[in-house]
Design a protein around this ligand. Structure first.
Ligand SMILES: Nc1ncnc2c1ncn2[C@@H]1O[C@H](COP(=O)(O)OP(=O)(O)OP(=O)(O)O)[C@@H](O)[C@H]1O
Ligand SMILES: [Mg+2]
Length: 319
């Protein structure tokens, strides 16, 4: 399977008002053509930064890629100019976000927005026919074409945004918390729709969510991210059923606890990581029950998990 997206040891820093945050410190990730890949990790681990970097959408004034590479369909896009990125957005890579309202044009009817995306990426097509097709693909009534975004429900807006994205015929759809703002029933419907579309259209999916259940149900493989590092990755069943990295173990335990009790959200004990410093060691060390001396000194190269599934991780306890 040829990769459609590759991050290779990527480091990206935000610098604003005298502060620095290494939102991505050492991120390596591969999405194969047609593959569904999930990305999980607690708030602030750098997931949305990764998603935006996939479309060249990190704010140029404050975000700098300091090292590593991003490849899309084998093309190195790491140093792309805004003009070069324009040619990549929509096709081959499209994106849907948590808040469709901020990405749909509030003063343009939905049908027209879908038509514009079709026109931009497949000018030869009969646009009106294609808009009807896309609306039915995302299971919106044809009448939705005449609506303005604010006239639609949250779930319908997310469908409309999906139709705009699909109008570009992307090879990769990046979905950053696409269902987080929706109620549980609508969430399940949108997720089922994304799964179905992916299978029908053969596009790859990078699905970002803090909800492990959502990722487990939609993805073949997953990556676990902590403090700007990809720390563990492999087949979804391996990582979720037999987690190896102490962070993943903690994350799954916390998710389990959150599901079992109605009380407060269970979290991993200890402070969230400091992203303002570059330290050579594993960022999870201060919170890690298995921490040892070498963890402070360096981050090990990826290696297979011991006594777990067939996943890969970066952890001294598994060397
Ligand atoms: N525009 C920005 N300017 C400065 N710092 C930023 C900016 N965007 C994100 N950051 C910082 O980068 C880090 C990673 O943020 P990011 O939004 O990528 O995390 P996330 O994993 O998507 O979190 P969440 O689960 O809450 O969505 C955070 O520490 C955040 O404060
Ligand atoms: Mg985010």
């Amino acid at each position: 399977m040829a990769p459609i997206l590759e991050f290779d040891a990527l480091r990206l820093a935000y610098r604003a008002r005298g502060t620095v945050a290494y939102a991505m410190n050492d991120v390596s990730l591969v999405v194969g053509e047609g593959e569904a890949v999930g990305l999980v990790g607690e708030s602030g681990s750098g997931k949305s930064t990764l998603a935006r970097a996939t479309l060249g959408l990190t704010p140029r004034r404050i975000a700098t890629i300091e090292s590593g590479r991003i490849l899309i369909g084998g093309t190195d896009v790491t140093r792309f100019s805004e003009d070069q990125w324009q040619a990549m957005r929509g096709n081959p890579v499209a994106m849907v976000f948590q808040d469709p309202l901020s990405y749909l044009n509030p003063v343009m009817r939905v049908g027209k927005q879908i038509a514009e995306s079709v026109r931009a990426h497949a000018p030869g097509l009969a646009v009106a026919t294609r808009v009807v097709e896309l609306l039915s693909l995302v299971k919106l009534p044809a009448a939705a074409a005449d609506a303005y975004p604010h006239e639609l429900s949250g779930g319908m807006r997310q469908r409309a945004l999906l139709a705009v994205a699909l109008g570009c015929e992307p090879k990769l759809l990046v979905a950053d918390e696409p269902t987080t703002a929706l109620d549980v029933t609508t969430q399940a419907e949108i997720l089922a729709l994304i799964r179905e579309l992916r299978e029908r259209l053969g596009m790859a999916l990078l699905l970002i969510s803090h909800d492990l259940g959502i990722v487990a149900s939609a993805c073949d493989r997953i990556y676990v991210m902590y403090a700007g590092h990809t720390v563990e990755w492999g087949a979804t069943a391996d990582v979720f059923q037999r987690p190896a990295h102490p962070y993943t173990v903690g994350l799954l335990k916390a998710a389990q606890a959150a599901r079992n009790s109605e009380g407060r959200f269970a979290t991993i004990s200890g402070d969230p990581p400091n992203l303002s410093e570059l330290s050579p060691g594993c960022p999870f060390t201060p919170r890690c029950p298995q921490a040892r001396a070498e963890c402070r000194e360096s981050m090990p190269a990826p290696s297979p998990a011991r006594n777990a599934g067939a996943q890969t991780l970066r952890c001294w306890a598994h060397r």
